[in-house]
Design a protein around this ligand. Structure first.
Ligand code: 5GP
Length: 198
């Protein structure tokens, strides 16, 4: 039992998805409806989109500040995604002492977290098809045309990393996808080793 008792108690849930898959809305709903979940707020050099809140959706920082923090070892992982830098601060892990932690990461970040914590749960949210993804990205209207094209190309590369993940959630209908996602969280909490460790 000794080693089972070591380390943070919370489960690390890494959620990845190609841009425009509906992941942000799914995570928002998860945090609202499932108790005992905290969200790891990443740092990014990407400018805020309309409606995004500093410190809640991301810590928006300059490239200089980001690179300085990276140099100082502030991030447990960081990566370039769609031409901007994104990083998870080590301090996020402290949240998982009391709660389970949701990390919204690209496949590079997911792999790094799995290397750090073999019991992290990796969930990939996928669109029903590439055509549907393109339709959703345009409908969202938040990114310029060039960024949409880049994100579609990146989506295919991200989908190639699907083998890293423990669970796949197809977001065909939002409610159904949410039910699947919350079921994964609840089922993971019921795993024998986790129950005995708590
Ligand atoms: P967006 O700009 O659409 O919010 O996010 C772009 C991508 O960056 C998404 O795939 C998201 O999962 C990923 N991302 C967000 N924060 C981090 C992070 O801290 N580390 C890594 N590796 N990826 C991140």
């Amino acid at each position: 039992m000794k080693e089972l008792e070591a380390g943070p108690k919370g489960i690390l849930f890494v959620i990845s998805a190609p841009s425009g898959t509906g992941k942000t809305s799914l995570i928002r709903r998860l945090l609202e409806e499932v108790e005992g979940l905290a969200f790891s707020v990443s740092y990014t050099t990407r400018p805020p989109r309309p409606g995004e809140v500093q410190g809640k959706d991301y810590h928006f920082v300059s490239k200089e500040e980001f690179l300085r923090r990276a140099e100082e070892g502030f991030f447990l992982e960081w990566a370039e995604v769609h031409g901007d830098l994104y990083g998870t601060p080590w301090e996020s892990l402290r949240l998982s002492d009391d709660e389970d932690l949701i990390l919204d990461l690209d496949p590079q970040g997911a792999r790094r977290v799995k290397d750090l914590r073999g019991d992290a749960v990796l969930i990939f949210v996928v669109p029903p098809s590439m055509e549907e993804l393109e339709r959703r990205l345009r409908e969202r209207g938040k990114d310029p045309e060039e960024a949409i094209k880049e994100r579609l190309a990146d989506a295919q590369k991200e989908l190639d990393q699907i083998h890293l993940y423990d669970y796949i959630v197809i977001n065909d209908r939002f409610e159904e996808a949410f039910r699947r996602l919350s079921s994964i969280v609840l089922a993971e909490r019921c795993k024998r080793d986790r129950v005995l460790r708590r």
